[in-house]
Design a protein around this ligand. Structure first.
Ligand code: NAD
Length: 399
């Protein structure tokens, strides 16, 4: 039986879910789903996405809703693909989970740790599937690096460095993704350390193991962000209320240590670690290079990780990770979610993974505010939450 899906939130990323996600699955013969509904509080966006789905998938036009609660109550769908702005993730997810529908939520998982924990607890209580749409987790680069680490090819992780102060694409002061809400604290939760960081913390946790402790400095460098026209003229200005840059020192539960930076604006150009990621293990290293992920051992031997994987990984593992040869992260995140809904199983990318990713983001922010290192436990249990308290108060999440 095809899983009946409704997409809630019909902005930028929903189009990537349709084009890079659902369309890829259909083309590769993994199309055991039907897109039955779309929903956005801005109904014109929902109408546009419905048209786009018809043009991309050649299927019947999905039903259009302007209210997520009406979509849930309609009985049209058994799975919700939540692509809303961050502040709405928990309200959409909670309504769907309470009705027993499976839900996958775009990163970052939730606007605060309390919001995310409530989602995870609700899924556990209702038995509904809850997943995080984290495309990076399923992409070949991360999967292959995780295979290298799991196989102990460079020993156990000792030192991990990743990131920098941002990417050229948003420098010096662009409105990120042309979405002003990303710079508003109540709507976005936080800035780069949550929006971009949550991707990277999935990578760091997958390759380095669980994060135990974080010390960090976060800064808001710019008072406002702008959108410019082709001639450079300013078309829109929005005040910025969130971090533009974050630098973290991490301790992993296995004793490894890490250094990480992220950001999305400042002056001039971004700066960062060469290659973006390097791991030193107890017997060798893994580094991102323009040639791919390079493994190096003390005797001078080197290997390209992807070539080693191709040669030596179990074919069943390769087919499991990349069914029908699919390597597109958006397609894979949705595939594993839809399979979990169909089979009533827990997906690998379950809600707890999403929660743990944002807990590292909020550990950085709370540590910076507090001026001391914080443990992940303190953050996951909301024993430290000074930055998040006003957000939780606003969204009615304080006990
Ligand atoms: N995986 C990635 O690489 C990636 C890339 C971009 C965005 N994202 C994530 O996708 C999500 C959406 O980002 P975007 O760039 O598409 O934003 P967007 O602003 O373009 O789209 C969000 C949409 O949600 C709608 N919305 C807001 N509240 C709603 C509600 N209560 N019910 C229904 N619809 C509602 C808005 O009207 C808007 O159309 C964010 O969580 C973002 O972090 C992920």
């Amino acid at each position: 039986m095809s899983v009946r899906v409704g997409i809630v939130g019909c902005g930028g990323i929903s189009h990537a879910h349709v084009h890079r996600g659902y369309r890829t699955l259909r083309e590769k013969g993994l199309g055991d789903f039907v897109l039955r509904a779309v929903c956005d509080v801005d109904v014109r966006r929902a109408e546009a996405l419905a048209d786009y789905i018809v043009s991309e998938l050649g299927c019947d036009r999905p039903r259009v809703f302007a209210d997520p609660a009406a979509l849930v109550a309609s009985g049209e769908v058994e799975a919700v693909d939540c692509c809303t702005a961050v502040f709405a993730h928990h309200t959409v997810a909670l309504a769907a989970l309470e009705a027993g529908l499976g839900v996958t939520v775009e990163k970052p998982f939730a606007v605060t740790v309390r919001a995310g924990r409530l989602m995870v607890e609700t899924a556990a209580r209702t038995g509904a599937v809850l997943a995080i749409s984290e495309n990076v987790h399923f992409e070949p680069r991360q999967r292959i690096a995780s295979w290298v680490m799991e196989q102990g090819r460079i020993g156990t992780p000792e030192v991990i460095v990743m990131g920098g102060t941002g990417a050229d694409v948003w420098f010096p002061d662009k409105i990120v993704a042309e979405t002003p809400w990303r710079h508003q604290r109540l709507l976005a939760g936080a800035g780069a350390v949550l929006d971009l960081g949550s991707h990277s913390f999935d990578t760091l946790r997958t390759l380095g193991g669980e994060v135990a402790q974080v010390s960090a400095l976060t800064r808001q460098l710019l008072p406002e962000r702008v959108r410019r026209g082709h001639e450079g003229q300013v078309l829109e200005r929005v005040p910025s209320e969130v971090d533009d840059v974050a630098l973290l020192l991490l301790t992993f539960a296995n004793g490894a240590i890490g250094m990480f930076g992220t950001g999305w604006g400042g002056h001039g150009r971004p700066t960062g670690f060469v290659g973006g990621l390097g791991i030193q293990g107890s017997t060798g290293s893994l580094q991102h290079t323009p040639k791919g992920q390079v493994l190096t051992w003390d005797d001078g031997r080197t290997e390209i990780a992807a070539e080693l994987f191709e040669r030596e990984a179990d074919p069943a593992l390769r087919e499991g990770w990349f069914p029908q040869g699919v390597t597109e992260g958006f397609a894979l995140e949705l595939h594993f979610f839809l399979r979990a809904v169909a089979n009533r199983t827990q997906p690998e990318n379950d809600g707890l993974q999403g929660l743990r990713n944002i807990a590292v983001s909020y550990a950085a922010i709370e540590a910076s505010l507090l001026g001391r290192a914080v443990t992940l436990e303190e953050i996951l249990e909301s024993r430290i939450s000074a930055y998040q308290d006003p957000l939780d108060r606003h969204w009615g999440l304080l006990p």
